[in-house]
Design a protein around this ligand. Structure first.
Ligand SMILES: *Cc1c(COP(=O)(O)O)cnc(C)c1O
Length: 370
């Protein structure tokens, strides 16, 4: 008997941590202290330790994490209005919003059609004398080629800001996402691999000066109550979300391994000629936030899956350069990106999917034809 398979069962994902979450909720409730306290400090220390960085700074969400790093580099004189930042053209729009929100210029670069990520050649061809930083996004959970990116950055004197919103725990040679660049932004939006019970985010870095500026910027530009050095914002990670995240962090690696097992089965067992499977460079470098296939008859495939009770989603249907928010880019052409947006489809993958459910998805995907 087939049952419906949701794309992501968030309720089941969090039920697995129910006892710990309720305990942490009660402790935070009873502490009477809800912003910038012991829970935040404890989580920041655990998450920095997890990522292998000197600092993790909790902020309100993933978009703010990226905005605050770029803003801090402006305050430190490392970036100025009008500087160019290289970013991949097929990313989720938040990576790009963070650049333009700071008066910086996003330079869109085509991704590899295999990995969906930036390539060394693509970056090199886009560098001008105004380029000041690279913003690689580890899209769908797979690390961008960070060793190459860091050596280009070093040669050309560029800053590197990793967008780790989809790649918690991905690593190459034990070096994790968020520890490669000069700084990184994480999102703990509930649907990410490591999710809070609301909005949350963090910045990781090894740079003392940058960490200090960000700590002030997230709190009205203030290091000390009622003294403001910068025109900051209010972007704090509250005690309750920090406490929830602290409960879930010890289980992240096991949850990632479950995702990796499902991905290995899909890669081995899906053999439909209408479907192109995702390309994996290195097992541990991919944490499978999404399992993204390509199909030239995508709407037929999605309809077939739906008809058989399998929910699928498109990440993403409209590329940033075709969004109304950026009318100045609407006439530009990015063929690789545009083809991806027309052909990608994400099928269910999560830490709570069972073997039977995976088998069911494989069978339904393999039986699709036109
Ligand atoms: C989710 C996401 C963000 C933004 O995170 P929020 O917490 O939703 O603000 C940024 N970049 C990418 C690639 C994302 O997937």
């Amino acid at each position: 008997m087939n049952k419906n398979i949701p794309f992501l069962d968030l309720k089941a994902i969090n039920q697995a941590h129910r006892t710990g979450l309720i305990e942490a909720f009660t402790r935070t409730l009873d502490s009477g202290w809800y912003i910038m306290g012991a829970e935040l400090k404890a989580f920041e220390s655990s998450f920095a330790n997890y990522c292998g960085t000197r600092y993790a700074i909790g902020v309100a969400n993933g978009l703010d994490a990226l905005i605050l790093v770029l803003r801090a580099w402006k305050e430190l004189g490392k970036l100025k209005t009008g500087d160019e930042i290289i970013v991949q053209a097929n990313t989720y729009i938040a990576s790009i919003l963070a650049i333009s929100a700071n008066g910086l210029v996003p330079v869109l670069v085509e991704p590899s059609h295999l990995t969906f990520n930036l390539t060394a050649d693509g970056i090199k061809a886009a560098i001008t004398n105004k380029t000041k930083a690279i913003l690689p996004v580890h899209l769908y959970g797979q690390l961008a080629p960070m060793a190459d990116i860091m050596s280009i950055a070093q040669e050309s004197g560029l800053l590197v800001l990793e967008d780790c919103a989809q790649s918690h725990g991905a690593s190459v040679a034990g070096k994790k996402a968020g520890s490669w660049g000069d700084a990184a932004g994480f999102s703990f939006y509930p649907g990410k691999n490591f999710g809070a019970l609301g909005d949350a985010g963090a910045i990781t870095t090894n740079n003392d000066e940058l960490a200090q500026v960000i700590c002030a910027l997230r709190n009205y530009g203030s290091h000390k109550k009622y003294e403001n050095i910068y025109q900051g914002l209010n972007s704090r990670l509250d005690e309750m979300q920090a406490a929830m995240l602290q409960v879930k962090l010890p289980y992240l690696d096991a949850e990632t391994q479950h995702r990796q097992k499902i991905a290995s089965r899909y890669l081995a067992e899906i053999n439909n000629p209408f479907i192109v499977l995702p390309h994996v460079e290195l097992h541990e470098a991919h944490v499978w936030h999404l399992f993204v296939v390509q199909c030239d008859v995508r709407s037929e495939l999605q309809g077939w899956l739906e008809q058989h009770g399998v929910q699928s989603l498109i990440h993403y249907p409209i590329p940033p350069h075709q969004q109304k928010a950026y009318p100045e880019w609407n006439q530009l052409s990015f063929p690789v990106t545009e083809h991806l947006h027309q052909s990608v489809l994400s099928i269910p993958i999560s830490p709570v999917m069972t073997d039977e459910e995976v088998t069911q998805v494989v069978n339904i995907v393999n039986s699709f034809k036109i």
